[in-house]
Design a protein around this ligand. Structure first.
Ligand code: GDP
Ligand code: MG
Length: 441
């Protein structure tokens, strides 16, 4: 995957003293391969590499981070920029009804996405939404939208057989105005390929409806084709945003990276499944983190930063730096976990903890387990907390008795400590919590 490949690149940069031009160029060659493999369009990848290279060469390496981390930060910043910088909302602040026109090829997910957005506007923003299908090409297309409307409890324009798209649009506008709808969603027809009749139809509807938003719906799985489709539409229809569908499963994400560059418009949503609630706002920062394979670490650090006092973080950072992580630290961590909403929430976010979380869940672990674990640490002597390797069978029995648990529980805790130490070492590789926080600004 893109994140695996990039991870390998940065791994190689680790431990070097300064960010030399040769290092950067070598790394960028691999980043380029990684981008192309992920279906990023060639000109977009080239442009990206040029910008990162320029910023990376001669960049001062901050004391607390390694050159590799510095490059990760630069790549991550540029990825975020490339993905549109900030999250872009729908802009519907016009005299109602605000028209949202959905365009794209047949099968890209227009009709489904129309219903998904309508549902979202209704549920999250309490908007009164009407949907109308202008797809007279495909038999039963209008019926498909009507059924979806029933499913999400959103009004649809009554179907009149034989009416043409532009006339349906006029009728929809009138109905939405008269009946006081806030938003009118127009689901248009697609074609198998981009062609002139399709573009002309979109232009004609656009002139009638004067949409506040014209969203291009593209299938992320089609990779380079998605990019070509986007560039054709951009030339002929004034788009305001993009929706990338089928971002569930194993979409390689390259299409997302190319979209902004090709259309000059933000990705506003991603479709993540066939279900009607499988729609997410597109967050460039998060996606760039995910591409770099550090998204979860980023969330973890952000969440930790909210709760852990700066002083505490400093102390823990020092321990990480020395590669120490004793039972007292574990206890601190357990207490923090309690504060942060329990084990499951936290373990899911920690690097290398996914497997443990599954194990814990399989063993019927819950948050009462957290209290038991803290009790176990409390029953250890200061020496034992410093050096858990002292814990022989006899000591374990004593601790189990003292904490009202079993030797098995004590063993589980020791195992967890060991796995956590390993995970912590991973964080240490990235410069420790402090380094990571610095890196994240
Ligand atoms: P249209 O021809 O552009 O209107 O496309 P449709 O909305 O009819 O969707 C075509 C197919 O793609 C349907 O089977 C949808 O359920 C499916 N689909 C749409 N969006 C997504 C998505 O985000 N993920 C997945 N897995 N399927 C989707
Ligand atoms: Mg359709």
């Amino acid at each position: 995957s893109l994140s695996d490949r990039l991870g390998g690149v940065f791994e190689k940069l680790r431990g070097r003293g300064a960010l030399g031009e040769a290092d950067v160029r070598t790394a960028m060659r691999e980043v380029r391969v990684a981008l192309l493999e992920a279906d990023v369009a060639l000109p977009v990848a080239k442009d990206f590499i040029a910008r990162v290279t320029e910023r990376a060469i001669g960049a001062e390496v901050t004391k607390s981070v390694t050159p590799g981390q510095q490059v990760v930060k630069i790549v991550s910043d540029e990825l975020t920029t490339m993905l549109g910088g900030e999250q872009a909302d729908l802009e519907l602040a016009v005299t109602p009804p605000a028209v949202i026109m959905m365009v794209g090829l047949q099968g890209s997910g227009k009709t489904t996405t129309t219903a998904k957005i309508a549902r979202r506007l209704k549920e999250k923003e309490r908007k009164k939404v009407m949907m109308a299908s202008l797809d007279v090409n495909r038999p039963a297309a209008q019926e498909q939208l009507r059924v979806l409307g029933e499913q999400v409890d959103v009004a649809t324009l009554p179907i009149i057989e034989g009416q043409q798209p532009v006339d349906i649009a006029k009728r929809a506008l009138q109905a939405a105005k008269l009946q006081g709808f806030d938003v009118l969603m127009l689901d248009t027809a697609g074609r198998l390929h981009v062609d002139q009749p399709l573009m002309s139809e979109m232009q004609a509807i656009g002139e009638i409806a004067a949409p506040a938003e014209t969203l291009l719906v593209v299938d992320a799985l089609t990779g380079q084709d998605a990019v070509n489709v986007a560039s054709s539409f951009t030339e002929q229809v004034p788009l305001t945003g993009v929706v990338l569908t089928r971002m569930d499963g194993d979409a390689r994400g390259g299409a997302a990276l190319s979209m902004r560059a090709v259309t000059g418009r933000p990705i506003k949503f991603i479709g993540t499944g066939e279900k009607i609630d499988a729609l997410e706002a597109f967050d460039p920062e998060r996606v760039s983190g995910r591409i770099l394979g550090m998204g979860d670490v980023v969330s973890l650090v952000e969440k930790a930063a909210e709760v852990v006092e700066a002083e505490e973080a400093e102390k823990i950072a020092k321990k990480f730096a020395k590669g120490q992580f004793d039972m007292n630290d574990l206890k601190q961590q357990l207490l923090q976990m309690q504060k942060m909403g329990g084990m499951g929430a936290l373990m899911g976010m920690m690097p290398g903890m996914g497997k443990m979380k599954a194990q814990a869940e399989a063993a019927g672990a819950d948050d009462s387990m957290l209290s038991r674990m803290i009790a176990i640490v409390n029953s250890m002597t200061p020496k034992e907390r410093d050096k858990p390797q002292l814990l022989n069978a006899k000591r374990k029995i004593r601790i189990a008795n003292g904490s009202g648990t079993t030797v098995q529980d004590v063993n589980k805790l020791l195992k967890m400590h060991k796995e956590m130490s390993t995970a912590m070492k991973k964080i240490k590789k990235m410069g420790g919590i402090k380094g990571m926080m610095k890196m994240l600004g």
